[in-house]
Design a protein around this ligand. Sequence first.
Ligand code: ATP
Ligand code: MG
Length: 367
Amino acid sequence: MTTHETLTPAAPRQRPEHHGTAAPTDGTRAGRGLHIRGLHKVLGGRTIIDDLNLTVGEGELVSLLGPSGCGKTTTLRMIGGFLQPDSGSIEVQGQEVSHLGAEKRPSAMVFQNYALWPHMTVANNVGFPLKLRKLSKAQITERVETVLELVSLLHHKDSKPARISGGEQQRVALARALVQEPKLLLLDEPLSNLDAKLRVKVRDDIRNIQQDLGITTVIVTHDQEEAMSMSDRIAVMNAGRIEQFSTPADLYARPETEFVATFIGSLNRIEGTLSAGTISAGTDVIGIRPEDVTLSVGAFKGSLPATVERVVPRGHFQEVHLRRADARLRSFVTGETPAPGQQVHAAISKAMTFRNGHLIEESGTAQ
Ligand SMILES: Nc1ncnc2c1ncn2[C@@H]1O[C@H](COP(=O)(O)OP(=O)(O)OP(=O)(O)O)[C@@H](O)[C@H]1O
Ligand SMILES: [Mg+2]
C-alpha cells in the first residue's frame, strides 16, 4: 500500500450534526473494526479487567471513560499488544491479534507521556518507526512529510521537541503513530499534559484528522467533557467492566445506572422518594439534572421550597445552590438569578429513580 492511498485524506466523511448518529451501532461494518470478547486480566492478585466485551465499528471513534484505576490503560495496552490478556479475544479487521506482539499488530499507540526523543528533530522522531522497519530514506522522507502536513507541523520538521509547544509535541506523537498507517489508533489520555485552552484545540485537531482519515480509534480519558465532545460512542468503565456503551447524547439522556448518571454530566442526588412537593426518606436514589430544576419566587403545587445558599457564575449560565433541611439541590439558571439567602420554590421537570444503582423509573413530574 502506498503512502498516498492511506494517508491522503479521503473525500470528507459526512459529519453528523450530533456525534454518534453515524456510528454503526448495528455492527454491520464492525467485522472490519475492533472486536473484543471476554477480556480478562488479573494483576497483583486482583481482577483488573473482568469479562470485557467491546465492538468498535470501522472508522468509529470510541472513548473508554472512567475514574482513575478502573482499568482503562490496562485495556488499551492489551488491545495494543503491550500487555498479555489472561483470556479473551481481540480482533482487528477480522484478524485475531491477541497472540501477536505489539510490533506485529495493525495498531499504533500514543502513550500518555508521549516520550519524544529530545535529541532528534521532529522529522526524525516521526520517522523512527519507519527506520525500524527498514524503509528507504526516500520513502521515510515522503511519508513523514505527508503526516507532518496532516498535523500542520511541516514547518517544524527540523525543530527539536524542546523548541515546540506542548500541543505541537502532542501532534508530533500523533504523527509518529499515524506514519505507521495503523488500522487502529490507540490514544491514552492524549490531552492530559495540555492546558485547558490547548486541550480544546488539540481535541478538535485529533477528531478532524480521525474523521478525514476514517481511522478506527480508541481513546482513553477520565474527562467526561473530552469524551462527550470527541466520541461517536463512549464505553463508561467502572471497576474493570463496561457499565454502559452508547452515544454521548444517549448516555446523558438515558443512563442505565446511577454510576453513569453521575459520571456523565451534572446530577443532583437525593436519597429518598419525591412526591407531591415533598421528599420522604427511603433507600431509592433520585437523580435530577440541574437544568431540570427551575426556580420561582412564588409557591405552586408540587414545588419544593428551598433557600439559596450560593450562586456560582458558570459563563453563560449560573449554578444556584439550594438548601433544604432534607436535601441540597443545584439549578442551572440562565435568566434572572436569585440572591443568596433568598427563599425560592423549585420545580422539577424530570427525575430518575435508581434502586441498587440501577435505573427503575424515569418521570417527568406534572406540575
Ligand atoms: N502491573 C500491575 N500490577 C498490579 N496492579 C496493577 C498493575 N498495573 C495496573 N495495576 C492496577 O490495575 C488497576 C487499573 O489500572 P489502570 O492503569 O488500567 O487504570 P486507569 O483506568 O488507566 O487509571 P488512570 O485514569 O489513573 O490512568 C489499578 O488499580 C492499578 O493499580
Ligand atoms: Mg490510565
